[in-house]
Ligand binder design. Structure first.
Ligand SMILES: Cc1cc2nc3c(=O)[nH]c(=O)nc-3n(C[C@H](O)[C@H](O)[C@H](O)COP(=O)(O)OP(=O)(O)OC[C@H]3O[C@@H](n4cnc5c(N)ncnc54)[C@H](O)[C@@H]3O)c2cc1C
Ligand code: SF4
Ligand code: SF4
Length: 395
């Protein structure tokens, strides 16, 4: 049964409170009666707004009762490509470790692919308790539908209560497929994961409404509780050596035939520096004023061995390609030093860089919000400040 919402016309007095309360523009007044359109997400805000008249009623989707007690432990998806573990995996293991400490349950890596035994050994070095491994030549690096099926079957058999993956291109494709097969929920791009000590539910926190609020999401009725985590947001687990962990062969899990054949993999050629991995970033915003002026930031970046970042305003103006964009709809970076030049510090930009070790802001407006997060701030014209810094570095 799906959720439904209805307006009891006899009770509606056309006050319009529900129209103002609805965050999704899903209510309008027609002939002084509330009418609800297809934008409705059943959030319930209008029902609260109409408490006095009780003219709006939501009938919620009912769930079958699941035996949640059958699910135990935390599992992480061990993404890999070309025989190498994805760099997000130690970060997910790090997140899993702190959840394990709260729940006092085992932490396991789910590893599927061809010739993956060396990767299983590496995972044990990160201190996971087990690796559930399905090693088969037929599981290609890019066969996401095949991997989905195998991962789904492993989860169905092993029943972890939590399953985490990277918010990578692959994780964003595979985990929703697995969630859909498993009939559970998934919270994408979490920035924080913790356990509610009373209920033992996973609290999955992520930015919502354009980054203006942080929403904490619970998956109360289904298992596993699934979440993806963006690269560079969680602290990576160090390699501390195998603490008695073991590899569990899952060779009885069948591997389906893919519906296609991968003939060749052609890697995209790009001469841009990968800002996600960079230790130093010089970033420019609308204050740079002209695409040509990025040459000045490029010069500073060259001097200190930094990558070039940008705000969305600079990218949207066509001054620099999207691959350089830092922020909520760009990349999340975590460099040792982030130098923001002519960037105001909008919340959506901060979402991508505020965990940098040291933030240096150069801005002519002393009230710019970037100074609220900056460790060092220079109030001044970047066209004077940046050349002066370059001059001093060159000695
Ligand atoms: C859903 C959504 C997603 C978004 N995603 C992102 C994202 O991923 N990344 C992102 O960056 N933004 C994102 N934005 C846009 C964001 O809200 C801001 O509009 C954007 O970050 C502003 O860029 P800016 O700081 O370069 O420009 P502005 O806000 O215009 O700031 C320019 C700054 O330059 C300073 N300045 C001007 N001249 C000089 C000078 N000569 N010397 C020194 N300083 C100078 C000004 O004082 C000002 O503070 C998103 C917005 C939405 C709604
Ligand atoms: S708040 Fe209630 S009474 Fe007022 S317009 Fe909406 S449905 Fe009608
Ligand atoms: S339930 Fe939420 S989305 Fe639907 S009409 Fe009411 S306020 Fe709008």
């Amino acid at each position: 049964m799906s959720s439904s919402i209805k307006v009891i016309l006899d009770k509606c007095i056309g006050c319009g409170l529900c129209v103002r309360a609805c965050p999704f523009a899903a209510v309008t007044l027609v002939d002084k009666k509330a009418v609800i359109n297809e934008n409705c997400t059943f959030c319930g805000a209008c029902v609260d707004a109409c408490k006095k008249y009780q003219a709006i009623v939501i009938t919620r989707l009912t769930f079958e009762a699941h035996d949640l007690s059958a699910y135990k432990g935390i599992a992480v998806f061990a993404e890999h490509r070309n025989g190498k573990l994805a760099s997000v995996v130690p970060e997910i293991i790090g997140a899993g470790m702190s959840l394990k400490a709260s729940l006092n349950v085992p932490l396991t890596a789910v590893l599927v692919g061809a010739n993956v035994k060396p990767i299983a050994g590496e995972l044990l070095e990160y201190g996971v308790d087990e690796v559930w491994m399905r090693d088969d030549q037929a599981i290609g690096d890019f066969a996401e539908d095949v991997q989905t099926d195998v991962v789904y079957r492993i989860l169905r058999e092993k029943k972890p209560e939590i399953f985490l993956g990277g918010g990578t291109i692959m994780g964003r494709s595979l985990l929703p497929r697995v969630a859909s097969r498993t009939r559970t929920g998934l919270t994408a791009d979490c920035t924080e994961l913790e356990i509610d000590p009373d209920t033992r539910f996973l609290k999955q926190t992520r930015p919502a409404f354009g980054g203006n609020i942080m929403a904490t999401i619970l998956c109360q009725n289904h298992r596993p509780q699934m979440a993806t985590v963006r690269h560079k947001v969680m602290k990576a687990a160090p390699k501390t050596g195998n603490k008695g962990g073991k590899i569990v062969d899952m060779n009885h899990i069948p591997v389906p035939e893919p519906g296609y054949e991968v003939l060749e993999f052609v890697e995209e050629k790009s001469d841009t520096v990968n800002i996600v991995e960079a230790d130093f970033i010089v970033s420019g915003g609308r204050g740079v004023k002209d695409p040509k002026n990025f040459a000045l930031l490029q010069e500073l970046a060259r001097e200190i061995g930094a990558a070039l970042g940008a705000s969305r305003a600079a990218v949207d103006s066509g001054w620099i390609p999207y691959s350089h964009q830092v922020g909520q709809t760009g990349k999340t970076v975590n460099p040792k030093i982030y130098i923001a030049c002519g960037i105001s510090g909008a919340i959506q930009h901060l979402a991508g860089m505020k965990s940098s070790d040291i933030i240096i802001a150069i801005n002519s407006d002393r009230t710019a919000p970037i100074f609220d997060v900056a460790h060092f701030g220079i109030v001044g014209d970047l066209f004077e400040v940046v050349p002066e810094i370059i001059k001093r570095i060159k000695g």
